[in-house]
Ligand binder design. Structure first.
Ligand code: FAD
Length: 489
């Protein structure tokens, strides 16, 4: 095998994983990152003794990480301590009305049965199907590259796709099983983490219930930043070199072949170029128009996943009523989904997520303090200014105080708001999206942007815009698919 020089643009999970996989084959890999640290959307912000995960906080699908580390004869536990959370999370319907989803399924069955007589049996059936979907999807759909429409429209896949409820919407699918609105909300909300709405996402994503109930919710001690550190260390062990604080400004193409990248400091040549920066931004900003695979019109027609209104809060006390992961569902939650996916406006009322990682790891904050992360999903591409940010800060704290049943505002000793403009400035996110490209049927598998440029040789892409999509496990798989594609050449 001839050693090649490979440049990866961006050190998100896509960049970190692809770099290791390519370097393992004996190639010389350099990762060039715009920001000061690896991890991309999973950056870490440390201030005054608090350690905040700025993006992902749910370590799900542990099997994917095991499979990835096994490629290097390693285990995730060689690099970090993984803790299974119990309860997995708390769901609030109001201050006094909440449910703890347990790591023990027997307890969950009893809870569900109380919410709807007969739901225990139905939940067993639902989870069996969800596991079946997960197993088939992982075996036949997800770890697979789709180059041509015929790869996707194979009769076997269509038959399997029907069995997997690919062509049905998640909400109507869940409604066939359960009448209880609370159960339905619990089962449907995970789709928001994949950037979708239950009204517009394939029912296949009910497989997320297998992920969340059967496989469990995990946490790397120290925070999700430890997963970044682990993948970074693994990459260095494979010989990958990293350059930080150096945004790539141009990919230089000569006669339809990628030749060099130009950063704000210098020019690097290589044999292969892999873009992990957001696909839309990279194609529109790094490449000459004639070499772009996708036009502006193409991107305008895509369903872009939500942005997030985030709060990183340090409190000088602990909050009794909250667990590690907390979800609040607004009673008329359709209103919020409409504001995100149909009306594209800031929501008057919203469902949201609060995490307090200090419940599991007190070392992520000073003694007796609480590390609080808040996420409200909001439409991409809407106006993000100081006035709106402060308005939502007040609204959110007002509501959190109701859920917590105690004063919080006077205990906030550290505050940072992060929204659309920050996603765009820090990660070059199109319309300030937190998550990239939504998971609608028309944006699944073959219908997601390709791993390989159609017009430029030696130019490839990995990350949340590619198949299989959003979420750390999916992004790692995206890199596994791409590295196979490159290593076959
Ligand atoms: C708030 C939030 C919560 C989430 N929660 C979860 C969760 O709980 N669990 C989960 O699994 N997933 C979650 N996700 C999704 C998950 O974080 C993403 O799908 C994943 O991290 C995306 O990885 P990526 O490598 O595709 O992109 P990114 O992480 O965005 O990486 C791209 C990298 O490219 C760099 N870059 C951009 N432009 C340039 C340039 N010109 N030159 C050099 N570098 C450049 C960026 O700085 C960045 O480091 C969450 C995401 C967010 C934002």
């Amino acid at each position: 095998m001839q050693e090649k020089k490979v440049i990866v643009i961006g050190s998100g999970f896509g960049g970190l994983s692809v770099a290791s996989l390519i370097a393992r084959e004996g190639h010389k890999v350099i990762v060039i990152e715009k920001n000061e640290q690896p991890g991309g959307r999973a950056s870490v912000w440390k201030k005054n003794g608090f350690t905040f995960d700025m993006g992902p906080s749910w370590y799900l699908m542990p099997d994917v990480f095991e499979k990835f580390f096994a490629e290097f004869n390693k285990k995730p536990e060689d690099y970090m301590d993984l803790i299974r959370l119990d309860p997995s999370y708390r769901v609030f319907f109001s201050q006094d009305d909440f449910i703890d989803i347990s790591a023990d399924m027997k307890k969950n069955y009893d809870i569900f049965e109380k919410l709807e007589p007969g739901a225990k049996q139905k939940m067993k059936e639902y989870l069996e199907l969800s596991k079946y979907e997960y197993d088939i999807a992982m075996k036949d759909f997800i770890y697979k590259d789709y180059k041509h429409l015929t790869d996707f429209l194979k009769p076997k896949l269509i038959v399997e796709g029907t069995k997997l409820h690919m062509f049905e919407k998640l909400d109507s699918f869940v409604q066939r099983y359960f009448k209880s609105e609370k159960i339905r909300k619990i089962l449907e909300y995970t789709i928001v983490f994949l950037g979708g709405s239950p009204y517009d996402s394939p029912a296949l994503y009910s497989l997320m219930s297998h992920v969340d109930f059967n496989m469990g919710v995990w946490f790397p001690k120290g925070g999700m930043g430890k997963l970044v550190e682990s993948m970074y260390k693994l990459a260095e062990e494979q010989g990958v070199k990293f350059i930080f604080n150096e945004p790539v400004e141009k990919i230089i193409i000569d006669n339809k072949v990628a030749k060099k990248v130009k950063t704000n400091k210098k020019t690097y040549d290589a044999d292969i170029f892999i873009v992990n920066a957001d696909y839309q931004w990279a194609e529109s900003n790094l490449i000459e128009k004639k070499y772009r695979t996708y036009s502006n019109n193409y991107w305008e027609k895509r369903k872009i996943a939500p942005s997030g209104y985030l709060l990183f809060l340090g409190l000088d006390k602990r909050i009794k009523n909250f667990k590690h992961h907390n979800l609040y569902f607004y009673p008329d939650w359709d209103e919020h989904f409409d504001d995100i996916f149909k009306k594209a406006k800031w929501p008057d009322n919203f469902s949201y997520y609060i995490s307090c990682i200090t419940k599991t790891d007190s070392e992520t904050a000073p003694k007796n303090c609480e590390n609080v992360f808040v996420l409200i999903p909001v439409a991409p591409g809407i106006k993000d200014d100081e006035k709106t940010r402060e308005k939502y800060y007040k609204k959110t704290i007002d509501h959190m105080e109701k859920l917590a049943g105690e004063n919080l505002r006077d205990h906030i000793i550290l505050k940072r708001i992060f929204a659309h403009n920050d996603f765009s400035d820090r990660y070059n996110a199109y319309k300030g999206t937190a998550l990239g490209l939504a998971h609608t049927l028309k944006q699944t598998a073959i219908f997601r942007p390709k791993h390989q440029s159609k017009k430029v040789k030696k130019l490839y892409y990995t990350g949340h815009y590619n198949h299989p999509g959003i979420g750390i496990p999916m992004v790692v798989i995206s890199s596994q698919i791409l590295s196979e594609l490159i290593n076959q050449k």
